[in-house]
Design a protein around this ligand. Structure first.
Ligand SMILES: Nc1ncnc2c1ncn2[C@@H]1O[C@H](COP(=O)(O)OP(=O)(O)OP(=O)(O)O)[C@@H](O)[C@H]1O
Ligand SMILES: [Mg+2]
Length: 252
């Protein structure tokens, strides 16, 4: 007998039959995936597999202008979000830490964090939320006046994560979380992500490092040429099967 409520089986995020296009170029083919509340999902795949396009589709960045568009359905917490504006999707509770971080390089740490609280619902609690983020990243507090361009890659990644947290999301999408960072910095970033996850935030992480993707995730998806070609729990997937899926080889 289940002791859970009636919505226990409803995923937090449900993507179904999603296709994405950049003009004539089709970048996603009929992608279906779901993420439950509290899960960590890792997505791996070669360059150009469509990982960033999938995340951009979820946060409403593939429906700006005529060229880039999506087909299919995306539901978050039971509500349809496909085709909605990014601002509405952030308001609903999803934020992204984008590939390349996309910070305001000439602005300070604090100004970048404040930029993450652009929604009307964030204004009243902005100071308190910022203090919570400084508690998570004491280094950012020490350097709150510093211009972001003068910070290391790891510190900038922390600013990007802090900015994403400012809107108090229920789901965070991390694109290329550790790319280009030194091993010790990657360890530190992942410790922070673990804390964020323990605080109740569901996570989707795009990660180049296959071993790390497997070690942090409840479930892993492998993308190849715009499709999900393999998914499952890390314990159920062999490294050989993942490698074969990643490179598009038939696994025997
Ligand atoms: N702005 C764009 N305009 C046109 N085509 C694009 C654009 N962005 C991505 N593409 C194309 O869409 C496909 C998927 O790209 P995407 O960036 O989603 O891949 P990715 O898996 O994130 O790759 P990477 O590991 O290099 O970040 C690729 O063929 C890419 O060239
Ligand atoms: Mg990418």
């Amino acid at each position: 007998m289940s002791i859970s409520g009636p919505d226990a089986d409803t995923p937090l995020l449900a993507v179904s039959g999603l296709s994405a296009y950049y003009g004539e170029l089709r970048a996603l083919y009929d992608v279906t995936l779901s993420v439950r509340t509290g899960e960590v999902l890792s997505i791996i795949g070669a360059n150009g597999a469509g990982k960033s396009t999938l995340l951009k589709s979820i946060v409403g960045m593939m429906n700006r202008g005529a060229a880039a568009h999506i087909q299919g359905d995306i539901e978050f917490a039971g509500r349809r979000i496909a085709g909605r504006a990014t601002e509405d999707i952030v308001d609903a509770g999803i934020t992204m830490v984008p590939e390349g971080r996309r910070l305001f390089a000439r602005m300070s740490v604090e100004e970048n964090l404040a930029a993450g609280a652009f929604l009307p619902r964030c204004r009243a609690g902005l100071r308190q939320r910022m203090d919570e983020i400084y508690a998570l990243f004491p280094k950012l507090h020490e350097r709150r006046e510093q211009v972001v361009a003068q910070m290391s890659g790891g510190e900038q990644q922390m600013v990007a994560i802090g900015r994403a947290l400012m809107s108090s999301p229920r789901l965070i999408l991390f694109d290329e979380l550790s790319l280009g960072l030194a091993p010790a910095v990657i360890e530190e970033i992942y410790r922070k992500v673990r804390t964020i996850h323990e605080q109740g935030v569901t996570c989707i992480i795009i990660e180049q490092d296959m071993r790390r993707a497997l070690s942090v995730a409840d479930r892993v998806c492998v993308m190849l040429e715009g499709s999900i070609v393999l998914s499952g729990r890390p314990a159920e997937l062999s490294e050989a099967a993942i490698t074969a899926a990643y490179f598009g080889q038939t696994h025997r």
